[in-house]
Design a protein around this ligand. Sequence first.
Ligand code: HEC
Length: 96
Amino acid sequence: MRTLPFIFLFALMTSALAADPKNGKTLHDKQCVACHVKLIGGDGNKIYTRSPRLINDRKALGQRVTMCSAQTGAKWFPEEEEDVAAYLAQQFYKFK
Ligand code: HEC
């Protein structure tokens, strides 16, 4: 039983450190897709893989997500923006 607090602490630490792309997808599909669909049609996700695309590194992606999320009025926490950036990086941008 004495290990329990440590397990709890560990879970807390990993959830704070590691972005969660699955949560990012949920947030993204709720807040971000509609406007991109209006812009380019289809499922809207081609905006991330178009050529030339705006975003070419992970840092710029984080900044773009922050900018775009400000437009939605969703008032995400920085952690939620990180989750979305992680999802986009993993799913579409695949930075080297
Ligand atoms: C009000 C409309 C609108 C909303 C809502 C919106 N976006 Fe965008 N987004 C744009 C526009 C417009 C562009 C393209 C800008 C350009 O081409 O100069 C863009 C481009 C982007 C790009 C860059 C694509 C590239 O070329 O690499 C990313 C990343 C992005 N949006 C993420 C998001 C995320 C994440 C959200 C949700 C938090 C979101 N957007 C919500 C309008 C929106």
